[in-house]
Unconditional design. Structure first.
Length: 417
């Protein structure tokens, strides 16, 4: 039986595994290293600053800057890095800091004697006293209601795509107004695809060019740098997730829904100018496949309803961390976990333990509890060491039968521990 099984090998899973290995835990880590990052189109760039994009190890020896130095690449403030470079950094981090990475996926996690029973995608069974679920964002893709249920031939999520050359010469509608939508549209336009943006927002927002790291005292005090952008509010989100967790439940939910809304990176703005058809303040109300195998979309906007036809829709509409989408957890676990917020995310305690003792969570699933930083790589630094501390405390307490209260059903509750 393992002390800990980490499910997932993205920035959060690898960071948790690095801290667990350094603490000498009997550990297994499952997942394909940086899978979603490797799958992104090659023309995309990292939106966050290099200094805010480190994976976490206890000694701080394997940051993005350390990897960049091995490649002879400057990881400089204000200079965007290709996502492929970041994915390669994650692979390097895994080789340096994670003893063994099993690239099989975990198919199921269920309660078991003295902990949990897990099964790999090829059927191997294993047991663990604790589990850290760090499955990233892909299970939680959000597609607008009228588009759900249509075949992937016609509708996909932006995260479903690697290279976009299959859309060359076609007509594509991109839904959304955030970085994924704007960058996808720019890449498609550059390769000759006919592209339009449809977004509920009434205007596009663009991040400002980041000021220099070394600034005069007053500008630095007025708008301090953070890994989520400049400003004191962003500093609260970035530096004090534990304070965020203690805000009233209604406040946390409001901030989760509204903070750090859709915006494009400053360096994308010039490239995006080539996208000629941008329809703001509009939403798709219905979608159907036509006789000539195209999509007929009805769109509502300030000027009334309109109809357009397109070959394909790419929904760049984000992710919703609902517990109902965490299909790797058995129905028993999903049904027993307390939830927080309207999206039904699992409640997370002070050391990232769920309401089921021994089941720990990392990444997007914890954002309704810990705030916006958990939607970004930045949150891995805050999460990893604390989560492993929670695992060690749980192990000392004797596993799932220890001192933390037994799980209970009964719907939503705010985080109190």
């Amino acid at each position: 039986m393992y002390d800990l099984v980490v499910v997932g090998a993205g920035p959060y899973g690898l960071s948790v595994a690095a801290h667990a290995a350094a603490r000498g835990l009997n550990l297994r880590t499952f997942g394909r290293s940086m899978e979603s990052w490797h799958a992104m189109p090659s023309g995309m760039f990292l939106k966050s600053e290099p200094w805010a994009s480190h994976l976490s190890d206890p000694a701080g020896a394997y940051g993005l800057d350390a990897y960049a130095a091995t490649r002879g690449v400057p990881a400089a403030h204000g200079v965007p890095l290709p996502v492929g470079f970041f994915a390669a950094y994650g692979d390097w981090f895994a080789r340096q800091a994670v003893p063994v990475l099993d690239e099989r996926l975990i198919a199921s996690v269920a309660p078991g004697a003295e902990g949990f029973e897990l099964r790999t995608e090829d059927g191997e069974a294993l047991r663990a006293r604790t589990v850290a679920l760090a499955v990233g964002v892909l299970p939680f893709t959000e597609i607008p209601g009228p588009l759900r249920g249509l075949p992937r031939r016609y509708v996909t999520h932006s995260s479903h795509h690697g290279e976009l050359d299959g859309f060359a010469g076609r007509d594509v509608t991109v839904v959304g107004a955030g970085q994924a939508a704007l960058e996808t549209a720019a890449l498609l336009t550059a390769q000759g695809t006919t592209v339009r943006i449809v977004a509920r927002a009434d205007r596009l927002c663009w991040n400002a060019v980041p000021p220099a790291l070394d600034r005069a005292l007053w500008p630095a005090l007025r708008a301090p740098h953070t890994g989520l952008g400049c400003g004191w509010r962003n500093k609260l989100y970035a530096d004090t997730p534990g304070v965020f967790r203690r805000l009233p439940a209604a406040t946390r939910e409001r901030i989760f829904d509204s903070a750090l809304g859709p915006a494009g990176a400053w360096w994308l703005r010039e490239r995006f100018a080539a996208v000629g058809d941008v329809r703001l303040g509009q939403r798709i109300t219905s979608a159907a496949v036509t006789g000539d195998e195209r999509l007929r979309l009805e769109v509502a906007g300030p000027g009334g309803a309109t109809v357009l036809e397109t070959d394909h829709v790419i929904a760049a509409t984000g992710f919703t961390p609902g517990l109902d989408r965490a299909g790797v957890l058995s129905p028993v676990l999903r049904g027993a976990l307390r939830t927080v917020g309207a999206c039904g995310a699992p409640e997370v305690g002070g050391l990232f333990e769920s309401s089921w003792p021994g089941l720990f969570l990392a990444g997007l699933l914890t954002a309704p509890s810990y705030g916006p930083s958990m939607r970004f790589v930045l949150g891995a630094e805050y999460t990893a060491g604390r989560l492993v501390k929670g695992v060690r405390r749980r192990l000392r307490a004797g596993g799932p039968g220890g001192t933390v209260g037994r799980p209970r059903t009964g719907g939503k509750a705010s985080v109190t521990a």
